[in-house]
Design a protein around this ligand. Structure first.
Ligand code: 5GP
Ligand code: MN
Length: 343
């Protein structure tokens, strides 16, 4: 039996809203990852089964390695179709906010969602959820939003109607948010859930293959280049930094998703506990932070770059040049408590 995480009160409240409303929109965070797309599409399939009119809306494009998922081609990308995105949010009666905790994390869509008169249900696992939804199902102790969606659907009494397609979406999110079950993945219930997903006919090896083994040649060569030429180690600070300019991304035909996971690699070096990846985007600098053990990467992200996220995986943005972002990072690193060895 699966333990109960989501409160009965929240389940009953959500049930009422789902029964009452037909026009439903599912929204997730900017630069959607496996958990964002997995949880959104699982919820999409679940609501379609209930006969609802439902749309998944993402602020910007998502990686090609998630496009095999059933329903992915129906996802509306707000950046490409702003008028349609507006119309969907305006006519929605119920909005699910999945895998993000504050409106800003959903980019341009966030403010529109916040203003909308639709009822809102948040299902998420990021710390410190904002107060903008009618029902806030927030569980930072759970390693993925996709796992929460599985728990949510079961508690709705719909496990028997759960399809293989839904199982694949849930598994994708659980797998990608735990580094294929290598971190945040000691809760035995995770494996109970996986066994239930397998019972639904899902092939977990196929899901892994689709996500990780269909990349471009450029992506692999970029990894080689970055690790060989671009990784800087700050030994005394147990930290690593990778910086990637716009020009370098062009050189390797960078596409969204091509640098995902790169920031984790330096953590495999003995003695490195903090890894940072700084990438130049069109109109801002994007930062990714990862840590091992107790060092709070999210605290660093928030202290230095007004960002946030989980203890061991977080991010932030910087508005300025790449060099300025790097300088800001280095200054902060050299003065940050809890990283440097004693002299
Ligand atoms: P990634 O490095 O994969 O882009 O992001 C890792 C995690 O950091 C995300 O799951 C999200 O929780 C958080 N995150 C990434 N970028 C930002 C940001 O700009 N602001 C905040 N608050 N969190 C972020
Ligand atoms: Mn997530």
């Amino acid at each position: 039996m699966l333990n109960k995480i989501i409160s009965e009160h929240h389940i009953q409240q959500a049930k009422k809203l789902i029964e009452k409303y037909d026009k439903i929109v599912i929204v997730t965070h900017v630069s959607p990852d496996g958990d964002a797309i997995g949880s959104s599409l699982a919820m999409y399939h679940f609501l379609l089964e209930l006969g609802k009119s439902v749309n998944v809306l993402v602020p910007n494009n998502f990686p090609g390695f998630l496009k095999w998922m059933s329903g992915a081609k129906d996802i509306v990308v707000g950046e490409w179709k702003p008028a349609l995105a507006d119309e969907l949010i305006q006519s929605a009666e119920l909005i699910f906010c999945l895998d993000f905790n504050i409106p800003k994390r959903s980019g341009d869509l966030g403010a529109r969602v916040e203003k909308s008169s639709a009822k809102k249900i948040m299902i998420d696992h990021h710390p410190e959820p904002g107060d903008f939804c009618d029902i806030t199902i927030s569980h930072p102790e759970i390693s993925s939003t996709s796992e929460l969606i599985f728990r949510f659907i079961c508690r709705m009494g719909m496990f028997d109607d759960f399809t293989r397609t839904c199982a694949e979406c849930i598994y994708t999110g659980m797998m990608t948010d735990t580094g294929s079950f290598t971190y945040n993945s000691n809760d035995p219930h995770i494996y109970y859930i996986i066994s239930e997903l397998l019972e639904k006919g899902m092939d977990k090896d196929v899901v892994y293959d689709r996500v990780y083994n269909h990349c471009s040649e450029g992506k692999l060569r970029l990894q080689g280049y970055v690790l060989y030429e671009k990784m800087k180690i700050y030994e005394r600070y147990h930290a690593a930094l990778i910086v990637l300019s716009h020009e370098e991304q062009q050189r390797f035909q960078w596409k969204r998703g091509d640098t995902e996971g790169l920031v984790n690699m330096p953590l495999s070096i003995d003695g490195i506990y903090f890894s940072v990846f700084i990438r130049e985007e069109e109109n801002m600098i994007k930062l990714s932070f990862r840590s091992k053990g107790a060092f709070p990467s999210n605290q660093f992200a928030s202290d230095v770059f007004q960002g946030g996220g989980h203890l061991n995986a977080s991010g932030g943005e910087f508005y300025g040049t790449l060099d300025e972002a790097v300088a800001k990072f280095e200054t902060a690193l050299l003065n940050y408590k809890g990283l440097a060895d004693e002299k």
